[in-house]
Write a protein that binds this ligand. Structure first.
Ligand SMILES: Cc1ncc(COP(=O)(O)O)c(C=O)c1O
Length: 454
């Protein structure tokens, strides 16, 4: 070709959560039944969608307007409904649960025009980064959900810029790291956080959120907060929505139907924009997101139209409470399975749908041992296949390959989440209680055996 047609960011598009699937499928040749612990799809893992929710969707599917386009920004009644919910978020009180000793701003008030629908947050993330000026960088967490880190890296053409989440401190963000990076890198235009976090399951206290707001205000940045799991919080964790702490700083929250109805196949997510008019350039940037959506006409109508009747139903709060309690129990099970295993640590998740285990200690860091570790695989041809495949991958991915071959359980290496920390993520989603406990036991025992294998 006479011109190079490859985007400078093309090499940055990594999504290990699904890439590992291609590898797992290669094991079909050995008839290994795979237990998918990689993808966060509650429905695929056996959750039954509540009958009353299905009834609402069926009724909406019977209405002609569900088959029509919506306005570009999304169905007006759904945007009004969601803006109203943002405006009803309470002011946090100093000293109250979820509050802080610090002074707290009033929650922001928004209108329907501040809500913009997308075909899932995956689409929103592609636009949010795709229409950001190339040299304007967004500092995000490490580890990070790879859709976000990859999109930021691809937009800039460089590696994603990250701040550290510290596993020794319950995966809390290293605020000093955030501030130093912002101070000494003036290409940083925005801060990204995921609360509750994927993959770590951390939930950020209000004090931490206020620190992000302080840094954004001091250095003239916007804040993006992925709140996909805002309604999946448990274990007594206290936090707030970005809209409750952001004050007058420009920013946006990212929300989705995927995990809390759950309805990932709806491909329905939205951006809630705060303080759009506080900065002229922020306003122009948000306008460019709407213009980009206009080229596509609009996002899928049916799930948007189901939002007011589902989220506004008196049964919805109870539905959220029941699910949070369910995941709390599973987080405890996962945590117990890993307790006492030398060389591996896990912070008990307090939100979202995942647990992350980290390898550490001298044994893990011994380079020579790294290549010699394995798990029992009886078929010699499969053993040779895995040995060859592990030769050039990150040490935690080697474990993931051996785990697949030895047990059929498919987890995601932590190195696929924009971090140098070695470990892996699995889900809290398996609905069959006995099977789930067996899976956790299998993974934990395999991790322990792997560490002792060299
Ligand atoms: C933190 C986070 N953001 C965004 C998404 C994407 O959600 P959606 O299904 O709305 O595209 C996910 C999905 O797992 C996620 O974990």
């Amino acid at each position: 070709m006479r011109r190079n047609i490859v985007h400078p960011g093309a090499g940055q598009l990594k999504y290990e959560i699904r890439e590992i699937v291609a590898f797992a499928r290669e094991l079909n040749r050995w008839n290994i039944p795979i237990i998918w612990e990689n993808i966060g799809d509650p429905v695929k893992k056996g959750e039954i969608v509540a009958d009353w929710i299905k009834a609402i969707v069926m009724k909406k599917a019977g209405e002609d307007l569900s088959y029509a386009y919506t306005e570009t920004e999304g169905a007006r009644e759904s945007r009004e409904f969601l803006a109203d919910r943002v405006n009803k978020r309470k002011k946090l009180l100093p000293g109250a649960p979820g509050g802080s000793a610090l002074s707290l701003p009033d929650p922001v008030a928004i209108g329907a025009e501040d809500i913009l629908f997308f075909n899932g947050l995956g689409d929103a993330v592609a636009k949010v980064f795709g229409f950001l000026r190339r040299e304007a960088r967004v500092l995000g967490p490490s580890p990070a959900y790879s859709t976000l880190s990859s999109a930021e890296a691809a937009h800039s053409g460089y590696e994603h810029l990250t701040y550290r989440l510290d596993p020794q401190k319950n995966w809390m963000p290293d605020i000093e790291d955030v501030e130093l990076k912002v101070r000494y890198n003036d290409s940083i235009a925005g801060l990204l956080l995921i609360n509750p976090d994927n993959p770590t399951g951390a939930v950020y206290p209000v004090e931490v959120l206020l620190e992000f707001v302080r840094i954004a205000r001091t250095y003239g940045l916007f804040i993006a907060c992925d709140e996909t799991y805002a309604n999946i919080i448990y274990g007594g964790a206290q936090t707030a929505a970005l809209s409750q702490v952001i004050g007058d700083v420009p920013g946006f929250g990212l929300r989705s139907l995927s995990k809390e109805i759950p309805w990932p196949g709806a491909r329905c997510g939205w951006v809630e924009v705060y303080n759009r008019k506080a900065d002229h350039r922020f306003d122009l940037y948000i306008r460019s997101l709407v213009d980009a959506k206009r080229l596509e006409v609009c996002s899928t109508s049916l799930p948007q139209l189901c939002i007011p009747p589902i989220l506004g139903d008196p049964r919805y709060e109870d539905h959220l409470r029941r699910r949070a309690a369910l995941f709390e129990g599973r987080a405890e099970e996962a945590y117990q399975a890993f307790t006492g295993i030398e060389g591996i640590s896990m912070v008990k998740p307090r939100g979202a749908l995942y647990a992350t285990a980290v390898f550490s200690g001298e044994s893990w860091e011994d380079e020579a041992k790294s290549r010699a570790r394995s798990l029992p695989v009886s078929d010699p041809s499969l053993r040779d296949f895995i040995s060859a495949k592990t030769a050039e991958v990150a040490p935690d991915k080697q474990f993931v390959y051996w785990l697949l071959a030895s047990t059929g359980v498919c987890v995601v290496p932590l190195s696929g989440f924009a971090t140098d920390l070695p470990g892996f993520r699995f889900t809290l989603l398996e609905h069959d209680d006995e099977k789930r406990r067996r899976i956790y036991k299998t993974i934990a025992e395999a991790a322990g055996a792997y560490l002792c294998s060299a």
